[in-house]
Design a protein around this ligand. Structure first.
Ligand SMILES: [Mn+2]
Length: 473
């Protein structure tokens, strides 16, 4: 008697489209529906004994029509190949999958109405080889562990449990289960649905989340797809991901250095993207990267100005199209704060303030600017202009001192950049505290004292400590 192979998928969410695809890529081409219809061929190619779906095959009830054809097409191909298609319902499709199972030959629902149910896979001689135990969501929410209701008989045939459940979840609405309960249930293995991030959560007995079949948004990073599970004649279980998804999201962080210019950072980004493809096990058609740039760099201002150029990156590496879908600039100007702090000019003041706000220097000398910033933040918060916004979040009272400090830190960074580059006021992005006066800023650009006057007049006119040091010198 040989081994039994099961193709496991979960969280297909037919009806949804992956979000934030780069320009010129059609979300329909990367839809879960497309990936799902390929599952039948994958099952035939691997000559599996069954296909198991661990819930949330369909995104929601109003996607019945869209799901019907795709599910029927897979069911038909599998039926012709003699491969059973076994599904349990999840919290998204508790009211869809039972109807699909009634309407389409070849779709077998396990665990209707939240009652455990078993399907036995038999070998060529009719001998039982694997029992598949399934439980389906009876409603949108189910606050208990489905294992509490488990009531099927035990015998010597290995059992595979299939359930849509929240493993060790903090929320208790989606069939919370404890990994220990699964590990001690007597099953040879568990295939779970609900969490979209794939992986083995317990070895021996095996507990595995196949994860979403196709990633649906940029939080679902790394390789996705179906998993192949093998139970040998001794009941030993092995599993591996097939990485069948055509799309992959990744977060990529590129560190820049003080001497790097804009083109160097682009080059480093290319290297980072290529490396990510090379290191990935998956062979997705499209890799969509969320990019974060960090570090102290001479290119800081250029990066802020030319952020959009990163979204024009077009690479192909090992057959994968690589694109950037989102860019965060967390860099700082190439100024050594410690070196500049204490110098008797605005840069020195801002450097000292930033060090103090980061906890590297005492805050005492900056108390008055912090208090002024805090008063200004609260005044802005309470102003009539923002009354509408305030009414949308009644739990939020007023800015705390820490929140005001965070605003002050951002403003100080922004001002530091400005005063190092003398590029004017266009980067004063947070008017809550800045109150840019165009005429004043323009006038002071021509002033022979240059940027420092802009600095004073634009933002820190509310900060008595700052003004007293430089305006009246
Ligand atoms: Mn779910």
């Amino acid at each position: 008697m040989g081994s039994v192979e099961v193709l496991c998928v979960a969280d297909v969410h037919i009806g949804r489209r992956p979000s934030q695809l780069p320009a010129r890529f059609d979300a329909a081409d990367f839809s879960p529906r497309m990936i799902w219809t390929d599952i039948a061929q994958t099952a035939v190619d691997h000559d599996v004994n069954a296909v198991v779906v661990a819930g949330d095959l369909v995104d929601r009830e109003n996607k019945y029509a869209e799901a019907y054809g795709a599910v029927e097409s897979v069911a038909t191909t599998l039926e012709e190949a003699g491969i059973p298609l076994l599904c349990v319902a999840g919290n998204h499709d508790y009211d869809v999958v039972p109807d699909l199972a009634d309407a389409i030959d070849g779709v077998r629902l396990l665990g209707r109405n939240g009652e455990w149910e078993r399907e036995t896979l038999v070998g060529e001689g009719g001998e039982a080889r694997l029992q598949i135990d399934g439980w389906s969501f009876p409603s949108r929410y189910y606050p208990e562990s489905p294992l509490d209701e488990y009531d099927l008989d035990r015998d010597s045939v290995p059992q595979l449990g299939v359930v849509h459940a929240d493993l060790n979840g903090r929320e208790d609405r989606y069939a919370p289960v404890d990994v220990d309960a699964l590990a001690t249930s007597g099953h040879a293995a568990w295939v779970l649905g609900h969490l979209h991030s794939s992986g083995v959560r317990h070895e021996s007995p095996l507990v595995v989340y196949p994860g979403s079949l196709q990633p649906l948004d940029s939080s679902e990073t790394e390789g996705h797809g179906a998993w192949l599970l093998t139970v040998d004649s001794e009941g030993a279980v092995d599993t591996r991901p097939l990485f069948s998804a055509t799309l992959q999201y990744e977060d990529i962080v590129v560190s820049t250095g003080p001497d790097q210019g804009f083109h160097d950072v682009i080059d480093a980004t290319h290297d980072g993207l290529r490396e990510t493809v090379t290191e990935s096990d998956s062979e997705a058609e499209l890799l969509a990267a969320e990019l974060t740039l960090e570090g102290r760099t001479a290119a800081h201002t250029d990066l802020l100005d030319r952020r959009a150029e990163f979204e024009q990156i077009e690479l192909t590496e090992a057959g994968t199209a690589v694109r950037v879908i989102n860019v965060s600039i967390d860099t700082t100007p190439a100024v050594d704060l410690t070196e500049r702090a204490g110098e008797d000019d605005p840069v020195g003041y801002l450097a000292g303030l930033l060090l103090a706000l980061d906890g590297d220097e005492p805050l005492d000398p900056y108390q008055n600017v912090i208090e002024a910033a805090h008063a200004s933040a609260r005044e802005t918060h309470e102003s009539n202009a923002y009354r509408e916004l305030r009414s949308h979040d009644e739990t939020y009272d007023r800015p705390t001192e820490d929140e005001s400090k965070a605003v002050l830190r951002r403003q100080a960074r922004s001002l530091l950049t400005l005063s190092l580059t003398s590029k004017g006021c266009q980067r004063m992005s947070e008017p809550a505290m800045t109150e840019v006066d165009e005429s004043e800023a323009e006038r002071s650009d021509e002033d022979d004292r240059g940027t420092p006057v802009v600095v004073e007049s634009v933002m820190l006119k509310r900060a008595p400590g700052f003004r007293s040091r430089w305006i009246h010198r």
